[in-house]
Design a protein around this ligand. Structure first.
Ligand code: MG
Length: 269
């Protein structure tokens, strides 16, 4: 099931996007959104007798993390190498504030403090229930679903600060969307789904989730051994190789097989 959060001109609402995706990961032309009563994270799936066409709504970030977005660094060996490092022995964690989250079609604002802002296309895991110390074997039970993320990073500030808070924490630095897919199994990612990033139509990242050093269950076990996870918290699972700069005026598209495409433009702040 694909869960969307959307605005039809009034209060944000939740819905289920019907139909299959086409070869480009886009919804079919006759796809509709069936309205939901409330946020399914908290009230479950309660379908309303209300339908919307995609062209009459604006999709929003499919989840607003109440407490945190947890990022994982260097979780693909080839990306660790291009960053001039090795794969960490344990998952390398950092936080992005929930105020960095924007939705599909929203604008990434290029901050004046940086002159090297990078895209990082990533698989994002949305947590479905409060949990801590989750064993690897039970990680699937706490997953609400999956979406796409751009872990936008001011690379120059990441280097000069020696830590990640400012570099990854600017407002608009965490595009999420376009929807949450609830029907996939972590195994689908371990066996490999293609992760691609296009910058102005050119392929700049082309990886596979099979190349993650620590898989989704391992990441959930690790993160939850440190901090309690709440419904709506998001874990970014790391980016494949090919990170690079984007500039005001650029358009970035992140896609993963079966999860659609997340598109955002960059503009000066
Ligand atoms: Mg990242």
């Amino acid at each position: 099931m694909r869960i969307v959060r959307f605005s039809a001109g009034d209060e944000p609402a939740y819905g289920v996007l019907t139909g299959d995706l086409d070869d480009y990961g886009q919804p079919a032309e006759d796809a509709v959104i069936v309205g939901l009563a409330g946020d399914p994270l908290y009230v479950g799936i309660k379908l309303l007798d209300k339908e919307y066409r995609l062209d009459e709504v604006r999709l929003l970030a499919p989840v607003l993390p109440r407490s945190k977005v947890v990022g994982i660094g260097k979780n693909y060996a080839a990306h660790a190498a291009e960053m001039g490092g090795e794969v960490p022995r344990e998952p390398l964690m950092f936080l992005k504030p929930n105020t960095s989250v924007i939705g599909p079609g929203d604008v990434v604002r290029y901050p004046a403090q940086s002159s090297e802002v990078h895209y990082e296309g990533e698989l994002a895991v949305v947590i479905g229930r409060i949990c801590r110390d989750v064993p690897v074997e039970q990680a699937t039970d706490v997953i609400h679903g999956y979406t796409l993320a751009n872990d936008v990073t001011a690379r120059d500030l990441q280097r000069s600060d020696g830590q990640f808070t400012r570099a990854k924490g600017f407002d608009t630095f965490c595009p999420l969307g376009p929807w949450i897919e609830t029907d996939l199994d972590p195994h689908d990612f371990s066996t490999g789904r293609r992760v691609q990033t296009h910058l102005n139509g050119e392929v700049v990242q082309d990886g596979s989730t099979a190349d993650m050093v620590f898989d989704v269950p391992a990441l959930i076990a690790h993160v939850s051994s440190v901090m309690t996870l709440l419904p709506g918290d998001v874990i970014l699972t790391g980016t494949p190789e090919g990170v690079g700069p984007m500039r005001p005026g650029d358009e970035v598209e992140i896609s993963i097989d079966g999860l659609g495409t997340l598109t955002n433009k960059v503009e000066a702040r």
